[in-house]
Design a protein around this ligand. Structure first.
Ligand SMILES: Cc1cc2nc3c(=O)[nH]c(=O)nc-3n(C[C@H](O)[C@H](O)[C@H](O)COP(=O)(O)OP(=O)(O)OC[C@H]3O[C@@H](n4cnc5c(N)ncnc54)[C@H](O)[C@@H]3O)c2cc1C
Length: 375
């Protein structure tokens, strides 16, 4: 069947940042889009993400290139709307535990491929970013001036305004959706638990950490390395910080309303799961994390949690993103990645390009699901 681009009906499963971004980019290209999600929009990883916009540290150059393109799209949005309280580019601050050599090696690596990376220390940190407690720092730290942060729930709300203006159809609280295939094995629609069946010419599975489960019945195996993680938000504080901080005991970023968002991984062993599937953590562990965060800020302000959310952080088994059309199931596309905050805008753009044009996007060449079946 040959379709004009503007007649293509695309079903997007997953109302996180990547599904919503893809849906909007598809609508911009003239597709008819239905966005189907299990519960509320943003109730997955995108509702509890540190959302540090970065390509810091070491990774494959293809992944670095994709992340830099991701940052580029946010910078464009920022340039067009410099006053958004949920998207800032005020830099990132990093130091490693105990070992200045690790920090220095990271700085050398970043500098070698042109990533904006300055080696700094407690004595001059104030020249780069305000209100950091120098006594909490290691002797060597890195300031990455080009980094920023986004609040994904706000981004989703912003994109959804355009989604509705462009005539997209949203089905929230649909329950678990599955991909329907026709007799030739081609994706032809979506079956939902609560909203019936929907026919489509293409289906995008953007279900975060559940993506491997959704494509498994299609005979597609994607290893899942998603750990359980937590994001804590605080009450407002009087000491404004600007940089996203990644330090040995706490990662901290500013959050709209003068609040902070805080995460790390050292407390993962304290997270348990009830018989009903609810994740829990003892409250003193949450406070311990906030006390660690407080040490990083000038004057050590008392930090109190306004709330915390726990769930899976999407990470494919080999750590690299999984993007693009499935060879085994024509018409079915996937998006499953860590760093999905950094990638949300670019991933949506490139996926929409691939879905509408039918041409594999070259930037996804090393990120296809088929790499897992080549062993
Ligand atoms: C604590 C934490 C810190 C992070 N820090 C960073 C960071 O600093 N920088 C960065 O770039 N990234 C970071 N990430 C990762 C980033 O937040 C995620 O990669 C991104 O939010 C994933 O978006 P998504 O749309 O793919 O998935 P999600 O936001 O999980 O959305 C998927 C949606 O699909 C729905 N769904 C699932 N299965 C089905 C089904 N069968 N049918 C219908 N709907 C379904 C879910 O309900 C969910 O709403 C972090 C994540 C976490 C959790």
């Amino acid at each position: 069947m040959s379709l004009e681009n503007n007649e293509k009906r695309v079903a997007v499963i997953g109302g996180g940042a990547i599904g919503v971004s893809s849906a909007v980019h598809l609508l911009r290209k003239g597709a008819q889009v239905v966005l189907i999600t299990e519960a509320a929009l943003g109730s997955g990883a995108s509702g509890r993400s540190l959302s540090w916009l970065n390509s810091a540290g070491e990774r494959a150059l293809e992944y670095h290139a994709l992340r830099m393109a991701g940052i580029d799209r946010y910078r464009t949005l920022f340039a067009q709307h410099p006053d958004l309280p949920w998207l800032r580019f005020d830099g990132g601050l990093y130091w490693a535990a105990d070992d200045d050599r690790g920090t220095q090696a990271r700085h050398a690596y970043e500098s070698a491929h042109g990533y904006d990376s300055a080696l700094i220390g407690p004595n001059n940190v104030a020249e780069f970013t305000p209100n950091i407690a120098p006594q909490a720092m290691a002797d060597s730290a890195i300031f990455n001036a080009g980094e920023g942060w986004v609040s994904l729930p706000h981004l989703i709300g912003w994109l959804m305004e355009e989604f509705h203006q462009l005539g997209g159809k949203l089905i929230e609280h649909a329950g678990k959706a599955t991909v329907k295939t026709d007799g030739s094995g081609r994706a032809c629609g979506v079956v939902t638990a609560r909203a019936g069946e929907l026919a489509a010419d293409a289906v995008l599975v953007a279900c975060g950490p559940q993506t491997p489960d959704v494509v498994a019945p299609l005979g597609v195996t994607i290893p899942n390395g998603s750990p359980v993680s937590m994001l804590v938000t605080t009450d407002p504080i009087d000491t404004p910080i600007e940089a996203v901080m990644n330090t040995p005991r706490a990662a901290v970023r500013p959050n709209p309303g003068g609040t902070l968002a805080v995460d790390h991984d050292w407390y993962e062993e304290h997270i348990s799961r009830s018989a009903e599937g609810e994740y829990r953590i003892p409250e003193p562990v949450v406070q311990e994390l906030l006390d660690e965060a407080s040490k990083l800020i000038a004057g050590r302000p008392a930090l109190r949690a306004s709330g915390w959310k726990i769930g899976l952080k999407p990470i494919p088994g080999d750590g690299n993103p999984v993007f693009g059309g499935l060879k085994k199931v024509p018409g079915c596309f996937v998006a499953f990645t860590h760093s999905g905050a950094t990638l949300a805008l670019i991933a949506g753009e490139l996926l929409a390009d691939e879905i509408i044009s039918g041409e594999p996007h070259p930037m996804f060449a090393t990120f296809r699901a088929e790499r897992f079946n080549q062993a």
